[in-house]
Write a new protein. Sequence first.
Length: 483
Amino acid sequence: MTEVGVEEFAITVGKDRHVRARWRGNGEDGGELVIDDLRRRTIEVLIELLRGNRLTQKNELILLGEHLFVTLFGGLYEESFNGAGRLFKEAIGDVSTEDGEVSQLLRVALALEAGSGPLAAWPWEYLYVPEVLGDPNTGFFLLQRANFVLTRSLPLSARERVMNVSPPVKVLFVALSPRKMPRIEYTRVLEQLVRLRDQDSNSRIDLHVLADEHGPDGQKYENLDESEEPRTTWRSFLATVDRFQPHVIHIVGHGRYVNPGSQANSESDTGGQLAFRKSDHTPSWISDQTLAAQLMDVRTLRLVFLQACESAEVGAGNPYQVISGLAQWLASRNIPAVVAMHFKVENLLANEFACTFYENMAQRQPIEVAMHAARRQLMSGDEGETGRGGFGLPVLYLRGSGALLSPLESSPKRTVIGGRPSASGEYARVQFERVPMEVSVDLERPVGPQRDLGELHAAMEKLERAPREGGALRNAPSDRSAR
């Protein structure tokens, strides 16, 4: 697979309705958001149409995308751009492909500061660069170009944690489908994760499944007994997370949005909710804030993938509003990466998107590159889906950049002083050439003498076996003339 570099163009939207942009060493430039009452109401009407799958024509999506562009950059054309728009125009012109291959991605990193209000829920993934006659770098949706990816970030409520981990990446797959609710379709994504786990490669996936129709190893139960205790209760989910300590949690299930004063509010919180199972297999609605509060304390967690069921509970509100809200809660609570379906997308395409994303993640691609590949796969579907703009439906909240799996790369030779002294009393200078291999120590587990010594001994034994097995360290010619 071609290695793709990532360069960042940072856009920050402040609570003072000021936008700032930063790219390379060109400093920072900005201006005021263009968001009068008429523009705001127009965008919100278009968003409601998009949310209800009624914004399907390309010219309608362009209208939405141009309104978003003007809001950030001050105008449709260069003479009316603010400072951020002028810098963005320069960055677009600098990104190019070589021989049809994408060698460099421009990651447009949109940061929404606290107090930016409803702007956080707007579909910035449909940003459209207005067409200028004769200019090839205009007239396109940002995310339909092979060289661009857009990510979001929100203010942190805790100290930022690093992205990458040593293999295996521990993936907890959760399928929530209570009784008396439409069955959810998740088998294709699960089969992909099982395949990645079982294949003989460096992907190194450790998978645990929490579902009522499949066992922890991902095997489907032949004879499902509904009288048994459900496996997807809120309590069992928390216990599994605590025991497994996942790096990735993928949740697919039913959601609803409860307004204050509604009948559904009689026994639960208002706002977004996900349906776990009660002991009698009926829905147990857990609020998005409760779920986010529990997950933010899971120190191993690096990525959450949220997938709403296409067929929502009638009259319970849009499930994608739930997923969008939950994604924002998680992104502001120190989860480095959150992937969510912002608006409604067919299950078939959502599953295809997820499969492509995990395929690229397992190949040690940066998260934004995996997202980019999955979005492009979504775009290559049937013409009707592409026409209505399915490419803009998935959202990525991301902090920083990098692969989830630590790369296996050769590093330069390192010279160390050690061993026994020579006859002249000098120590030999020995060069070791590092060859890719994996020796993992779980830094997330509690520190203690027994754990440290045990893991150190295991690592040393692996290193000692390496020369005999063609492994990690090879002696280079020694130089005894240097101290």
